[in-house]
Design a protein around this ligand. Structure first.
Ligand code: AHR
Length: 533
């Protein structure tokens, strides 16, 4: 059923902005509102949720389509450096300051032999990638990726093959990357010209192994046992690792949550986190209803709370002192370019989603949810980074920023320090599958190092500008450092290689600093406001 415009007010506070009317968790605060629907936000620097781990703004690069070849790596191009890395793309990602990048998959990893991608380039085999029916030349492999990470200034999150790969081969990759010398795999790395170990600290134990599309798909019990075995072997190689178990691919799976429970009952003691994935709009009618689509992040937040509950259930059953954190290591809008057949080409055009303004608003909402859930989500990856369902798109000579680039860039630049436990009061609209959805969705951080506050504000109202009164519990801020908004009259507006600035932010008008400040938020908008205390 489509969303309805029946309006009421709700107050959200604490970790979640979930507005499930039926839960009774939220108070109706209609009395507190003016008849014009001014929303209200209380900011109290003493009320914080958690320290924000910037790794929640990570991203993802898969051997898929033109993400690697023609994306980050293009030897022979006038734009490539000595290592074959595209300098323009590298510079964009360095500017973004992406903290962590997951690699090499995704579905690709479940058929990938990492040994094919190391050693002299000329000796590397060209193989058929069975995940995307594409030709993989292996000219970019583990060492190229890790050296690219250094050049970009990001941290690697390496995926392990749990499809055709063994636990022994997973541990061998850890040895290849992290042991200084004197063992079979570390000496192989040195023969490959990499003397110093890479010290990779974070690994994903497989990818979406609950899905029948995955090479080597298995039951939760089989996976949980394999994950426990691999995690133990990896720890024998390097005690200082963080290992992410493969959680359910999403709430659409018949085994959602049950998969997570069974897996964790097998491997809880030897892993640090479990993964979550979510693609907004994929295989659903949600995209037909703008108001409904703009509420997608509330479902992401619900998913986080449900998976966290399963982790804590298993923790309780095991009487474990350890509390797992969550790795939301694939998320984005994705519903248009879903065909995954590369027709046995090298670097085919696959999953090249063109993002519009509406998608950018959904991405902004998702970032708000990740910030609000910072006490549990310690790592997340926007899937993906270049060309494939990505904020950056290249051709042979250019790189452009898609609409979704902007909310992502703002989070990376301005969300810092402590996550604020904000109290937001907003009018709502009803979405049948969710409940009451606030028009105004806010997340915020305060950086103890500078005293600066950043507020990220989604106005889901498709028709009207909305006023937001911000009440500063600590008194008036000293000054407004900046305020930007992404909005427009056409939700379908996109950026293209030839018209790269159709969807771009503009300055948001701001009131003078005071203990109560009212911001006017345009309809269909996502804004960031930065203030100094
Ligand atoms: O990101 C694209 C694909 O989506 C990944 O390869 C897979 O893990 C997910 O299903």
């Amino acid at each position: 059923m489509a969303s309805s415009t029946r309006r009421s007010f709700i107050r959200t506070s604490g970790l979640s902005a979930l507005a499930l009317g039926a839960s009774g968790a939220l108070r109706n605060v209609a009395d507190a509102q003016s008849s014009t629907g001014t929303a209200r936000l209380v900011v109290d620097s003493a009320r914080t949720v958690a320290t924000l781990d910037r790794r929640v703004f990570g991203s993802f690069l898969e051997h898929l389509g033109r993400a690697i070849y023609g994306g980050v790596f293009e030897p022979g191009s006038a734009l490539a450096d000595a290592g074959g890395f595209r300098r323009d793309v590298l510079s964009e990602i360095r500017t973004l300051n992406v903290p962590i990048v997951r690699y090499p998959g995704g579905n690709f990893v479940s058929g990938y032999d990492w040994l094919d991608g190391v050693g002299p380039s000329a000796a590397r085999p060209t193989v058929l990638d069975r995940a995307w029916n594409s030709i993989e030349t292996n000219q970019f492999g583990t060492n190229e990726f890790l050296s690219w990470c250094r050049a970009v200034g990001t941290e690697p999150l390496l995926g392990l093959n749990f499809g055709t790969g063994t636990a022994e081969k997973a541990a061998a990759l850890v040895e290849y990357c992290n042991v200084p010398s004197g063992t079979k795999w570390s000496d192989l790395r040195r023969r490959h010209g990499v003397e110093a170990p890479w010290n990779v600290k974070r690994f994903c134990l497989g990818n979406e192994m609950d899905g029948n599309w995955q090479i080597g798909h298995m039951t939760a019990l089989e996976y949980g046992r394999k994950a426990a075995d691999a995690a133990r072997q990896m720890r024998a190689v390097d005690r200082d690792l963080q290992r992410v178990a493969c959680g359910s691919s999403g709430p659409g799976m018949a085994t959602y949550l049950e998969w997570d429970r069974v897996v964790l009952e097998e491997c809880y003691d030897v892993v640090d986190a479990i993964s979550l994935h979510r693609y907004f709009g994929l295989n659903s009618d949600v995209v037909k209803d703008d108001a409904r689509f703009l509420a997608s992040n509330l479902e992401m937040e619900r998913q986080i709370e449900e998976v966290a509950a399963v982790c804590d259930y298993v923790r309780g059953r095991r009487k474990s002192a350890k509390r797992l954190w969550l790795s939301f290591d694939e998320w984005n809008v994705w519903y248009r370019q879903t065909g995954g057949n590369g027709r046995r080409e090298k670097a085919p055009h696959l999953l090249e989603e063109v993002y519009d303004l509406r998608d950018a608003l959904v991405v902004g909402g998702a970032l708000n949810s990740l910030v609000r859930q910072a006490n549990r989500v310690k790592l997340a990856c926007l899937a993906q980074l270049v060309n494939v369902i990505a904020p950056l798109v290249t051709d042979a000579t250019r790189v452009i920023r898609q609409s979704i680039y902007y909310p992502y860039a703002w989070a990376l630049a301005y969300a810092k320090g402590q996550v604020l436990n904000l109290v937001t009061e907003s009018q709502t609209y009803e979405v049948a599958s969710i409940g009451q959805v606030p028009f105004i969705d806010v997340a915020g951080t305060i950086d103890p190092a500078t005293g600066n506050t950043a507020l990220f504000i989604l106005n889901r109202d498709l028709e009207n500008a909305r006023a937001l009164k911000v009440v500063w519990h600590d008194g008036a801020p000293a000054r407004v450092l900046g305020a930007d908004v992404l909005t427009g009259t056409n939700l379908k507006a996109v950026n293209t290689l030839d018209a790269p600035s159709t969807v771009a932010p503009r300055r948001l008008d701001t009131p003078r600093p005071a203990s109560e400040m009212t911001f006017e938020l345009p309809p269909r908008s996502y804004s960031v406001v930065r203030l100094a205390q």
